[in-house]
Structures are given as C-alpha cells and as structure tokens.
Design a binder for this molecule. Structure first.
Ligand SMILES: *Cc1c(COP(=O)(O)O)cnc(C)c1O
Length: 377
C-alpha cells in the first residue's frame, strides 16, 4: 500500500460487530480474562489497549517498521528510548536539536552518567572526530530546529558501521509520509505525535518505531515498566489525525514553498532557510532521502525591531510555540524554544534575535502571504 492509503488503512483492527468504521475508544484500564491460563491479547491498558495498538500499527506501517510504541508525549518517547543506552556511555547528538531534548539529556540522562557531545551532524567528519570507545548512540534530527539543517542519514550510518552504536532519528519534522529513516539506516525512529501526526494542536503524543528484535523486546519492557504510554482517547485523536496526514503535508508543503519564495524577495528579509529552496545547502541531500521538504521555515529580518513587529502584527498567523498543525504558527526561537541556550552559543549557531520560525499550516497561501506582507510592513 502507498503512504496515503496507509494513513487510512495502516492498522489491522477490523470493524467490530457494530460495523463502526473507526477504531472505538476502548476506555478501559483492565480486560476480563476469557479463561484460566488463556493467552489473552489484552489484560491491562499500560501493557496494551486496542485503540493504542491501532495508533502504533499505523505509525509503524507508515515508517515501514516491524513495531511501534505510542507514548504520552514526544519527550516520554525520547526518555524511554534513552533508557536503552547503558549508563557510563557517550552519545553524539545534533547540536541544533529540539530544545526539550537537550534539556532532557543534560538534566535527566546525565544522572546515569551518560555524556553528550553536540555536533553539526551535517558534517560527517565532525561526528567521526567525536566517536569514543564508549559511544553508544548518534542522535540526529533532520531538518533541524530552527536552522533547518540537513543531515545525510545514510552517510552517518556508514560512519558508524560495525561499531556498537545505535542511530536514533527524530523524524518529527518530515513525518513518515515524507521520510523513513529506518530505510536510510536508522535503528530507532522517534516522533513527537503532538505535531504533524495529530496535526490539530489538540493532543500530546510520542512514538518510537524500530525493526531489531532484541531492541524491540527491551523497548517493550521499558514501555510497560515506565508506563508513559498513550491513553485510549489520545490514541483515537492520533489515528484520526493521521487519516489526513498526506493531504495536510502536501498542502502545507506547497504553502511553505510559496511563502519561502515570496520571503526571499522581500527587502526586509535578509535570509530564508527552507529545504525546498534549490539554493538551500541541504536541498540535494534531502531530495535523495525524502519524498518532500516539509513545511518548516526560518528566516531573518533586517532588525530585531522588524522581527518583533511581525509577531505583534500577524493576524491569521498565530504567535505560538509548537508546530505541525493546521494553523500557521510563528515563533521567535531566542525568546521561546531556545531561551535556555546561552546567548554566545545561540549567536554561533545563527539563532539571533532577528530569526523567526514559521510552521506553515494549510490555510490559503495568498492569505498567509498577505498576512506576512502587512506584518512586515
Ligand atoms: C515537540 C518536539 C519534541 C517533543 O515532543 P512533545 O510531544 O512536545 O513532548 C521532540 N522533538 C521534536 C523535533 C519536536 O518538535
């Protein structure tokens, strides 16, 4: 089945006796055993629930994975996956990583004495230079947030081939509709389902999908033991959200392309980062690895004042955190998502107070451009 069909038919759950065409919300914590010693598929919802199972099967099918696990948030997925990394080991991560992941690594994961090195993972030599005998994972995000940098995932895989190092990819920005990192060499793929998979800013969710049998067994144990699993109702919202994933992604991407081109021609906009622009540094690499460029843009204004005025003046576009929903959202990384990053480090990475990040939604492109035009002034 093609991706857009899998969005609708990605789970095995069959219509029940009532003929309900959607997966019912099995709002039950426990399930009655049919008989003593029966091998019941469901016994307790922390272990498995039919609604959550359908959400997991859908994301796994879209990623081409043997198994998927649904979590209460993206951070819950990342935290649980990081428990696979043994204490006293070393992890190399993309420097331009989601801010919450950096906070998790530097405040929680370090308690098991895991050491992190943050590098520009677009630079394979930089990764190689950091590999140590106890390196156990390379953690990548591509495109990155907010600089939209692209990592060559198969090249990272080649660089760590034969070493006991897991390649973990956060695929939130491109979604399984546009990219499948497992097929590119990743061992584990993570999603914040809160973003494009849910798509409507009405729920939090996270996913981890993988193929390796031994890792699956370990992650299954961690998932049920830690218990940060997705509720039946939120699983239902994710299943419902994914039904329109293909439509939403294609529309958001077309809007993003139109906006990126328009922004590039504005005198008060000094640079535009969008992977779909042929001038973008990672454009050709992404073209080989993915079926689309997504709908995340960042751009720099001429002055900090212009950036702030845009935030104050937008009317269709909302000044809000998060991304990947039907609404177009704009944010200023220095004040929101990257507030915790020290100013010198932010500057070195190009995250200035003139940088804005746009998560393009599915409104009409002309309306969005008109809103930006009046906001830029
Ligand atoms: C939002 C986000 C997360 C965290 O997910 P939550 O659902 O907010 O916990 C992780 N990675 C990326 C790339 C994100 O955008």
């Amino acid at each position: 089945m093609k991706k857009d069909t899998l969005c609708i038919h990605g789970y095995k759950h069959k219509t029940d006796k009532t003929g309900a065409i959607t997966v019912p919300i099995f709002q039950a914590s426990t399930f009655v055993y049919p008989e003593v010693n029966a091998n019941a598929p469901y016994c307790y919802t922390r272990l498995q629930n039919p609604t959550r199972e359908a959400a997991e099967e859908t994301v796994a099918a879209l990623e081409g994975a043997k198994e998927g696990f649904a979590f209460a948030s993206g951070m819950a997925a990342i935290m649980t996956v990081m428990e696979l990394i043994p204490p006293n080991s070393h992890v190399i991560a993309t420097e331009d990583l989601y801010g919450g992941s950096i906070r998790l690594f530097n405040t929680v994961c370090i308690n098991r004495n895991i050491e992190f090195d943050y590098v520009d993972t677009a630079d394979i030599a930089a990764i190689q230079a950091k590999i140590k005998p106890n390196t156990r994972a390379v953690y990548v995000e591509s495109p990155t947030n907010p600089m939209i940098q692209i990592t060559d995932i198969p090249a990272v895989k080649t660089a760590i081939q034969g070493l006991d190092i897991l390649l973990i990819a956060d695929n939130t920005f491109l979604t399984p509709y546009y990219m499948n990192p497992l097929a590119l060499g990743a061992d584990i793929v993570i999603h914040s389902g809160t973003k494009y998979l849910g798509g409507h800013s009405d729920t939090l969710a996270g996913f981890a999908v993988l193929n390796d049998d031994a890792l699956r067994t370990r992650l299954r144990t961690l998932h049920k033991s830690i218990g940060a699993c997705l509720s039946p109702f939120d699983s239902f919202l994710i299943i419902r959200g994914i039904k329109t994933l293909a439509l939403r992604m294609d529309k958001a991407q077309a809007n993003a392309m139109a906006i990126a081109e328009w922004l590039s021609a504005q005198p008060k906009i000094t640079s535009v980062n969008y992977a779909g622009l042929p001038t973008h540094k990672g454009h050709e690499i992404l073209k080989k690895q993915a079926r689309g460029f997504g709908a995340m843009i960042s751009f720099e204004t001429d002055t900090p004042q212009t950036a702030r005025e845009i935030l104050n003046r937008v009317s269709i576009i909302s000044y809000a955190e998060s991304l990947g929903c039907v609404n177009t959202l704009i944010t200023i990384p220095t004040l929101c998502t990257h507030e915790d990053v020290p100013p010198e480090e932010r500057e070195a990475r190009g995250i200035s107070d003139r940088l804005l990040r746009l998560s393009v939604g599915i409104e009409n492109a002309e309306d969005l451009i008109e809103d930006l035009r009046q906001a830029i002034g």
